[in-house]
Design a protein around this ligand. Structure first.
Ligand code: ACO
Length: 275
């Protein structure tokens, strides 16, 4: 069994009906993020971006954990005295966990199936959408073992969660469940664990009905605009709309306008145009 465990890839990828299920796969270690997960995620994200079979990426964990955060043994202790590897590893981790994930060219959904601690909050926050099991357990446990929510965890948290709640969990390290995570805006919604995959699939299907070029632009534009002044955002967003009509191979705007105004075949208020 030890040999079998050693052969298991640290991340599994399964593509099914347009959805790439990316599963952190160290269940015996509660999917703690070690160098194997880091370097595999960098490679996998690059491959999926180029793979037309992948329309949506779902990030989840094997077994009863989403992820127990950074691996204290392999990510921290093993690199404490190895500054070169530490720099390389921490940079690669930042690459997949937020630099790439925030602006990934395909929609991303975090599916939080269980334990979610510390460093796992970064990819959770940086996925576009998130669904949690009501029974999942979240915690900013850093304070419990003598560090602050670093990497970029505190920054990520501040982008989603209200200040009172963020500070409360940063300072107490208290755990909370999926329902609470939805209440404080950390995830979109929480569903009973047995409905988790089905609900995630439903959401992915809604996204796959949309024009993928425009979907990509919409999510990136939203993130960018949030950090601009109103005037900058107005100019940038209008330029971005024009970029959309220029780049969209479907010419979706024209098709949709015709379907609505001329054919009266759909109502944009109620759903996507026929692609
Ligand atoms: N780093 C390294 N190893 C870990 C981690 C981790 N973050 N989390 C779990 N493991 C290992 C355990 O050491 C144990 O290994 P072993 O079987 O070789 O002894 C194995 O995974 C199973 O862990 P248990 O603690 O036995 O599992 P249990 O289900 O009882 O508890 C829980 C799960 C609550 C997630 C617990 O493992 C835990 O508290 N993990 C640490 C969570 C944490 O604080 N993460 C760091 C956040 S800070 C940051 O990421 C920067």
């Amino acid at each position: 069994p030890a040999e079998q465990a050693a052969e298991q890839p640290p991340v599994l990828v399964q593509i099914e009906d347009g959805i790439a299920w990316v599963t952190l796969n160290r269940p015996a270690k509660r999917n703690a993020i070690n160098p194997g997960i880091v370097y595999n995620m960098v490679r996998i994200m690059e491959e999926l971006e180029a793979n037309d079979d992948c329309k949506i990426m779902v990030l989840t964990g094997a077994g009863d954990a989403f992820s127990a955060g950074m691996d204290l043994r392999e990510y921290f202790r093993a690199t404490d005295d190895d500054p070169k590897e530490r720099t390389r590893l921490f940079r690669a981790n930042g690459q997949w966990q937020w630099r790439w994930l925030r602006y990934y060219s395909k929609p991303t959904i975090a599916m939080v199936n269980g334990w979610c601690f510390g460093g796992a909050f970064t990819p959770l926050v940086c996925c576009d959408l998130a669904i949690a099991a009501e029974e999942a357990t979240f915690g900013l446990s850093e304070i419990n073992w003598g560090i602050i929510p670093a990497g970029v965890v505190s920054r990520a948290l501040a982008s989603l969660v209200r200040e009172r709640e963020a500070m409360y969990y940063v300072m107490t390290g208290e755990t909370f469940n999926g329902r609470r995570a939805a209440e404080i805006g950390l995830v979109n919604e929480a569903v009973p664990r047995e409905r988790l995959r089905e609900r995630t699939r439903e959401l992915a299907k809604v996204l796959m009905e949309k024009n993928p070029t425009v979907l990509r632009q919409a999510k990136i534009a939203h993130r960018m605009a949030a950090e601009m002044s109103w005037d900058q955002a107005a100019d940038y967003l209008m330029a971005k709309v024009d970029q959309g009509t220029f780049h969209d191979p479907e010419r979706g705007r024209d098709t949709a306008m015709k379907q609505f105004l001329d054919d009266k075949a759909f109502k944009p208020g109620l759903g996507a145009y026929q692609r």
